[in-house]
Ligand binder design. Sequence first.
Ligand code: SF4
Length: 384
Amino acid sequence: MSSTTPEPRATEPKTAGPGSPESDDAQAPITSVFSGMQPSGELHIGNYLGALKTWVQLQERYPCIFCVVDLHALTQPFEPREMPGRIRDMVIGWLSAGLDPDRCTMFVQSTVAEHAELAWVLNTITPMGLLERMTQFKDKSKRQPENINVGLFDYPVLQAADIVVYRADGVPVGEDQVQHVEFTRDVVGKFNYRFGETFPMPRARLSQAPRVMGLDGERKMSKSLGNQIGLNDSPEEVWNKIAPAKTDIRRKRRTDPGVPEECNIFSYHRFFSSSEQQAWAAEGCRTAGIGCRECKRLVADNINAVLAPMRERRAAIERRPRLVDETLAAGTAKLRPLARETMELVRERLGLPTAERYQPSACRSRSTDPTASSPPSPSGGTGR
Ligand code: SF4
């Protein structure tokens, strides 16, 4: 095996694994897709590989709804004055990564009130035991022991409402979110059994890169941990982050062989490098035929090749300052009627009045129309 550095990839790699969008023809077809992301501000390659890359592919195949889940973000410590910027930066990141407002629907969760309304209904049929089993609650409780709020515990119920309020049946997720889709399926099953067939049964679609480690090699990539490569990073910033990153500890000197499978940089090769390049890095690492610097240079070049078109799109978006607001406004306008329609059906199933039932105008028309139904009086009479 030659240790000559192969050419960087000109385009991003295309892989298909079990559960990936490319392989899901073997599974039951889905008709619509819902997914969401907390407004963390600037996105990183972990967000891209774990979700966005799949979203960009899915928008070509299905009606897709992508949601900035700001209500979920309230369960963690946050600064209100930063929230608008976080939402905006996230949507700029989505558009830069290739989401197209003409091919999918993007909106902010809190602008469609039916999410919270349906979550309350689902709360009433969700056993505590189901929520107590959720591993994400346990993890987050450990991370923020000073703020273990009810919303954090109830998070999966709101997530279930997010999906079913649009009666979506496809949910692209990383491995760590599969339990949440299973939870949603449990809740949907309970609702449909108790009140009649109302919601389709959602299914998880595993993304291609379930877990991307941060530059520290110890924890999942996260902006809050400061171990990320941002989608907005310049080529120099990418290199300045990759160059000092940890490698396999066996390679103390250039002549020491290493074990690529135990090196975090090699995990990035798996995501960004061709199979030929991966073989070159693995062989060169095991035989000490290459140095870590060459190995890192190649992966940095490959990451930059993927980020380059995103930087161009970002520059174009910044020349259209109204684009983000217009995209989100169009999304809300399209989705509100769908969510209202679902809630009307849910109200009917539960025996609750429709949202319009006690509007003053509806009462006036009932008082002039003798055939309009009236609510029963407290004594059980006709209410006259
Ligand atoms: S040669 Fe590459 S894979 Fe091996 S330890 Fe160095 S950076 Fe990691």
